[in-house]
Design a binder for this molecule. Structure first.
Ligand code: PLP
Length: 414
């Protein structure tokens, strides 16, 4: 329905009146006004336990004092100058990210492009892959093999990479060159990776939006081997899994492999929009000045947030905390009546339900003061702050243990 925006068309609008927002999102059930750690507060002053973290973003919890102070100080110093000029923060954050890609103690030997979101980080990776695959006068190999059910973003190229036909269809025609194969299917990959046409394979090490789907333990290692043998780039989308959430700085580190390109975003600014694309130096060298850019990317304000976020993640040993807390949360969830099994790693968990009632459970949990979401009709996603306490974990499990049986008794989600 077209909203009636004429003056006086309705009563005085409230602050949260959404008539002037495009209708790209469902009507929100709650409006939050404040947060602290794992707690959120709505406009009526009601408190909630946040086990979603703004979709795996606020890994240090809300309003972390170190990030808040860094952002406030930078806001009062220098917010933006554009990439026509240098700033002292972007090189430092790039160096730290490169070290974390290297496992935390040694530089990985790559270079970073800063963007403003996960989709933009992936756009950079896709453009870099095309530039690399056509470099040095070689015959261009613009093709990219991606996985079914993958999610890589909403820009046209990242939507083309996204393995969800229903999201792509309304926006046809898509940019060319993207091929989709079933996730976790190496034979299909072997058939699809034709090195005369394909320059890169792009996958998530764990598919987050698809419902926290973890591939077989040898999938990424064999994929790495295939890409090396065929001279194709392995690009890992760690936008959701990166920066400690799965119990390692990056999910690929669980498997001891090294990708050619890694994208990261969500947790990087603890909520301040910032994304990054890391690439091995030889791959990054395919870009020349003028090939890619962003007005805001790498600006001092976002970099101050990223520097502070990374410093706290390191000081808190976030991967170890995620691993420990994730084990407690997974064990608690596994005992909840109505949970069939739990999948995921660290603090990126999917509770697979015995029936497709996840949206109703999400709503009931919210009413009971717990924020989670339902990436699939039968999957609840839990991604709390990496600093979540044991008490908060037990409380969240308690809420689900209360609401889940009640929802299941009420039948499937309408
Ligand atoms: N890649 C993955 C794996 C994601 O989970 C997301 C967002 O959920 C994106 C890319 C897109 O990130 P953004 O929404 O910041 O553009």
């Amino acid at each position: 329905m077209t909203p009636d925006l004429r003056p006086g068309a309705s009563a005085e609008p409230s602050a949260a009146d959404r008539r002037w927002l495009m209708h790209t999102y469902a009507e929100p059930p709650v409006t939050f006004v404040r947060g602290e750690g794992t707690m959120l507060v709505d406009e009526r002053g009601r408190r909630y336990l946040d086990f979603l973290s703004g979709l795996a973003v606020t890994s240090l919890g809300h309003a972390h004092p170190a990030v808040a102070a860094a952002v406030a100080e930078q806001a009062a110093t220098l917010v933006h100058v554009s990439n026509l000029f240098g700033n002292v923060l972007a090189p430092e954050v790039a160096r730290t990210l490169d070290r974390l890609v290297g496992g935390g103690t040694e530089q990985a030997g790559g270079q970073v492009f800063f963007a403003n979101s996960g989709a933009e980080a992936n756009e950079c990776a896709l453009k870099l892959a095309r530039r690399w695959a056509g470099a040095g006068g070689a015959a261009p190999r613009p093709g990219v093999v991606c996985a079914e059910d993958a999610f890589h973003g909403r820009t046209l190229a990242t939507l083309a990479a996204t393995g969800q036909e229903e999201k792509r269809r309304p926006f046809a025609p898509m940019p060319e060159g993207f091929v989709h194969v079933p996730y976790d299917d190496l034979d299909a990959l072997e058939r699809a990776v034709d090195p005369s046409r394909i320059g890169a394979v792009l996958v998530e090490p764990i598919q987050g939006e698809a419902g926290v789907v973890v591939p077989s333990s040898d999938y990424l290692a064999r994929l790495r081997q295939l890409c090396t043998e065929r001279g194709v780039l392995l690009v890992l989308d760690e936008v959701q899994t990166g920066l400690g959430r799965t119990g390692a700085w990056f999910a690929f580190q669980h498997l001891g492999i090294v990708p050619d390109v890694v994208t990261v975003a969500k947790a990087l600014g603890n909520g301040v929009p910032v994304g990054a694309c890391w690439a091995r130096a030889e791959v990054a060298a395919a870009f020349s000045p003028g090939d890619h850019g962003s007005t805001f990317g790498g600006q001092p304000l976002a970099m101050a947030a990223a520097r502070a976020t990374l410093a706290v993640l390191e000081a808190e040993d976030a991967p170890r905390r995620a691993e420990r807390a994730g084990a407690r949360l997974a064990a608690g969830l596994a005992w909840v009546d109505g949970v069939d099994h739990v999948r995921g790693r660290g603090l990126l968990l999917g509770a697979v339900l015995a029936a497709p009632v996840a949206p109703a459970v999400t709503r009931a949990a919210l009413d009971a003061g717990l924020v989670v979401n339902a990436p699939r009709p039968d999957v609840l996603r839990l991604a709390p702050s990496l600093l979540v306490s044991d008490e908060e974990i037990d409380q969240a499990v308690g809420v689900l243990a209360d609401v889940l049986p009640a929802v299941l008794e009420g039948g499937p989600t309408p």
